[in-house]
Design a protein around this ligand. Sequence first.
Ligand code: PEP
Ligand code: MG
Length: 325
Amino acid sequence: QKAELEKLVHVPTITADQHHVELAANIGSPADVAGALANGAEGVGLFRTEFLYMGRDDFPTEEEQYLAYKQVLESMGEKPVVIRTLDIGGDKHLSYLDMPEEMNPFLGYRAIRLCLDRQELFRTQLRALLRASAHGNLKIMFPMIATLEEFLEAKAILEEEKKGLQNSGVAVSERIEVGIMIEIPAAAMMADVFAQEVDFFSIGTNDLIQYTMAADRMNERVAYLYQPYHPAVLRLLRNVIEAGHSQGKWVGMCGEMAGDPVAIPILLGLGLDEFSMSASSILPARKQISQLSRAEMAQHIDAILQMGTSAQVEAYVKETILKED
Ligand code: PEP
Ligand code: MG
């Protein structure tokens, strides 16, 4: 079993009907890159940069951040690396950053909201990213985007910092893609509009599910409502993937759902281009995908999206596609 998976480490991910999809790794620090490569990652689909800010008593400097980003980009060579800008707030706090007490932190001051408000913090991170871009295949991703204005403002700030660096003679890559996480239902519904502005989408199902179902992802009492296979969630996914593709943009997923063997056939049928997951899930997912036909999975989608419950979807996938009983 293990030896069989080992053989897939350096093999691209190809479906039974010869479509390539990209299997990437979620990482939390430069130290995770070795494990990602050893498990056959074709890229980094999500680098959560919060670790740089946590467990210390002041903000990381531009130089510290630059070195960390550069290290990841260099170790990945030509492979794509999606780095997400700071997603603090919600359940994640910094001792040195004064945060308001909030009734609903997950609906509050976090991620891009905080970054657009505390711009010195955001600009420092963007400069570090731009400088690091010269060392690899960087893609920049903004978290928790709810409105088009937020994306346009974040992108404008990025452009300003880029010009500033270039004017002082610093090398910046000219091919950095800039995308957003789709993890708020409003953005998922408006994906066709966003698709005209962004270079890519990466769907953050961990948050998208909690906001769609109004069920706190940390609250065990409502965990039964946290339903990745709920048709409401799946319809949003279809909307996002179709919207991205209609503008020629690639669509990935970096929430836990991307590595789930029950979800994978559905995601393949929906046309997802990139699946980003914890390193240990990559080889099993590659094996599973190599045995599935994308065209065949697509034929199940209409039936699945017409179902009324998560339980029906799950039973259908298990019995009809995975042939378990
Ligand atoms: C997500 O919300 O799906 C996601 C990948 O981001 P995080 O888990 O860091 O909120
Ligand atoms: Mg999230």
